[in-house]
Design a protein around this ligand. Structure first.
Ligand code: PRT
Ligand code: ZN
Length: 214
């Protein structure tokens, strides 16, 4: 049988891209990246890279269009996917947090009872609050979530926070953390034996890179 490359999906451009490429280069894998290229094959490791929107990556890995993918746990957890998380990568760390207007008094999680919340993560938001007996109405919006309270679209938001600067400049304060996130390596659940062997080799190299960083 012809030997196969393992196929990995990484974000084309965004907050996961640079660190993802840096990691694979640190693993000694040579490949071309950048520009308008959507696919590239390594010259010294049996791996092929696909450059995609991050949101499409979990679905492609589930369907087997890609064997592996690098994705933020926040995106992965919002929609249930039949994929395996094979490695925590330790970069693109952020949190999904509830935030309210800065001048509002926060009494505790009951504050949210019956409130309207704007978010790109309605499932994680509802599940987190429902577990604590809080029922809310979520409004799903795909971007610029932080603006929702000031334009009267919602009373609170649930969004990704990293430095907190965006909340601050939109007159909001973070009051509860729903989920801590980082980049993870995911894998299709039906990898061939051959591809499992390539994955094992890749994981071995990632481990040594991570050990070197500690
Ligand atoms: O184009 P594509 O769909 O591929 O990318 P995207 O725009 O959907 O995603 P991108 O590149 O913004 O983020 C990719 C992943 O990086 C996210 O899914 C998270 O796992 C992770 N990550 C880490 C972040 C942040 N930090 C982050 N700060 N994702 C988003 N933000 C945004 C946040 O939404 C908010 O608007 O940055 C703003 C807050 O940042 P601070 O520093 O002001 O708190
Ligand atoms: Zn995206």
């Amino acid at each position: 049988m012809e030997s196969q490359n393992i196929r990995i999906a990484v974000q084309k451009s965004g907050r996961l891209s640079e660190e993802s490429l840096k990691l694979f280069k640190a693993c000694g894998i040579k490949f071309e990246s950048g520009g308008s290229k959507l696919k590239t094959v390594s010259s010294n490791f049996p791996i092929e890279f696909l450059f995609l929107r991050d949101d499409d990556i979990p679905g492609y890995v589930e369907d087997g269009v890609a064997d592996l993918g690098v994705i933020g746990e926040n995106v992965l957890m919002e929609h249930i996917r039949q994929v395996d998380v094979v490695k925590e990568l330790g970069f693109s760390k952020c949190r999904l947090s509830l935030a309210i207007p800065r001048n509002e008094e926060y009494s505790g999680i009951e504050y949210f009872q019956g409130k309207n919340i704007a978010t790109s993560y309605p499932n994680l938001t509802n599940a987190f609050l429902a577990k604590q007996g809080i029922k809310v109405t979520t409004h799903e919006i795909s971007g610029s979530v932080e603006i929702a309270p000031s334009i009267g679209l919602a009373e609170a938001i649930c969004d990704i926070v990293s430095t907190g600067g965006t909340l601050l400049s939109n007159g909001l304060k973070e009051v509860a953390t729903v989920f801590q996130s980082q980049a993870v390596l995911i894998a299709n659940q039906q990898l061939s034996t051959e591809k499992q062997a390539i994955l094992a080799k890749l994981l071995f190299r990632i481990d040594s890179v991570q050990r070197g960083q500690n």
